[in-house]
Each structure stands twice: as C-alpha cells, then as structure tokens.
Ligand binder design. Sequence first.
Ligand code: ADP
Ligand code: MG
Length: 337
Amino acid sequence: MKISDIGEFGLIDIIESRAGRSSYPVLIGIGDDASVLDVDPRDDVVTTTDMLVEGIHFLLDKTPPADLGFKSHAVNLSDIASMGAIPVQSFLSLGLPPGTEVSQVEEFIDGFLEAGPGVQLSGGDTVSSPSGWLISVTVIGKAPSGKVLRRDAARPGETIWLCGPVGDSAAGLALLSGQMSASDENQARFLVEKHNRPRPQMRMGRILLQSDISRCAIDVSDGLLQDLGHICRRSDVGADIAVEDVPLSPQLREFARFNGADPLRWALGGGEDYSLIFTVSPEREDLLRRILEQEGIGAVPVGRTSEERGIRLTQGGQPFKLPEHWGYNHFRKDPHP
Ligand code: ADP
Ligand code: MG
C-alpha cells in the first residue's frame, strides 16, 4: 500500500497511534493545532533542530527506513545531550513522494521512537515531496536554569575529555560506499551500525551538568578536530591533543590495518560519531574520575586547553602533522583559528 492510497490524514493516524498517548509534562501532543508543554520555571528550555534531505544526507536505497528514523532522532538527541539537557518532546516533519510505501514510513517511525525512549513525539507536519524524502526533526529538552554546557565556556588550562570512541561511523560510511572493505562480517556489522544508529551520550551530558563537572561540551558531528575547533574559536582558547590518547575501537583498528590505512584518519576527521568532547578544570578531575568509575562510563582525557590559540597535535611527544592525502583541507580553517 502506498501513502497516496491512505492520504495525509491516514498517515498521521498511523504516526499518532505509534507515538502513543502523550503524558505529563506534554499536556497536548499530536492531534491539536499545536502541542502544549508544562514548563518548570526553574528550568531553561533547550531546543535543537536538524534537516535531512535524501540524496544529500542519506541514500534511501542504502539505508533501511528504521535506521534512518533512528538516526534522524539520535542526531538531535545528541545536540540536547551536549548541552547537558534532558530531552522531553520531539517534532517530526516529513516530505514524502506519493509513491512511498506505508510500511517504509511505519519502519521509519518505529526507528525514530526507538532512538528516544521516553521522548514524546508531539507533532510535526506531513507534506508531499516531488522527489525524495525530506526529514526535519526538532527536539525540546530542559536543563536547570543557567547551567547548560556551552561551546564558549572553556578556559585555558582545562583537560579535554572525550566520551565514546571516534572514527567508527566514518569507517562505516567508507564500507557502505564501497571505498573499503572489512576483514570480517562482525567488524562490518559493528561499523555500519555505528554509522546508521549512533548512540548519543545522554547520560554523560546530564552528569557533567548535574555534578558541576564541566561547563563546556560539544558533540562530535563533523569530526573531532572540526568540533574541537568550534570550542576553541568560541572560547578563545587553543588546544594540545595527544593523538595516541584518542579512543579507538578494536574494530576500527582492525579495519584500518586490513585496508592499510591509519585509523586516525577517521578518528580525527571523520564525523557522525556523536561522542562528546568536554573540558574539565583541574579541581574537578578527581570527582569526574570517581563518577566515571561508579557509573561505568568510558571517557578519557585526550589533551589540554591553552592560552595559545590553534590546535597542536602530538604523537609520543613529537609533533604530529596531518598527512595531505587524508584530504582535510576543507576543515583546516576551523581547527586552526
Ligand atoms: P495543521 O493543519 O493544524 O497544521 P495538520 O493536519 O498538519 O494540522 O496535523 C494534524 C496533527 O498531526 C497536528 O497535531 C500535527 O502536529 C500532527 N502531525 C502532522 N504530521 C506529523 C508527523 N509527521 N509526525 C508527528 N505528528 C504530525
Ligand atoms: Mg500542518
């Protein structure tokens, strides 16, 4: 059955029944002219939105609809996590060609909901698209007033931490696009899953804010150096990074070895890992280490902020220069402010 057979309202009914009844603090969800949220006056409201266009951000024939739904929600949830906030409700606007199968949209919605358990899908818009899918997602979250983690809040002399490995998603993309191959099935499945179903660092973000451990964080959507560059530029600091401390998954190491490549190529420049970069002042380090151990969260220090602007990389204490053939020129401007 195609969506043209059931029409816009038939499709919205399907979405509404999958989203389930909204509950407090969402007072009104799907079905009215607008959604209504009860807001605690002690909280700040944190909002993020992202748009995905078929053919530019994803290829429908290479991505199962459930993964596409999962990822389109997850990337927004990651933005909420990097602010240290808690996601509350989401909005989903879809542009779909009339020939789209209803089952594809159902799978998409199920993946979308799976990415954000407890986040209420509260509305959106559904329109017809002349060619290809358009997906626009908005997530609204909350955080205690005045405490969100900001890109411009790093100070010189803080330790730079990374929560979650980097490079897996870019390696997964290299696999999917057929540029490289995996040495075994499990490795391929692992890397593709990292690309298609990124797991936002919700718990880490929340802990950083609630325990006053950090005031500055960003999620790795464009690549470690690129996103660290955003912190440096906004905070007016520089950074020294020891590349051997950057966490790499065993699967990425093996994939790189098999393809005769340096895993740092994906770890430093590859995007879409949705790991969390954050900075911590020396007096908060012990508390952070205690909490990481208690909670079983794998975050590691990878460098330090400094007054001297620019990002400097070292490997075993020696300067590490990015090889030209890694093709990083497009982002050089950012990490070297
Ligand atoms: P209006 O014409 O007032 O904008 P619509 O007919 O577009 O209302 O939508 C009806 C209800 O369905 C609204 O509550 C809207 O938020 C919701 N809705 C429409 N499309 C979607 C979607 N893709 N996902 C979730 N909710 C949706
Ligand atoms: Mg509408």
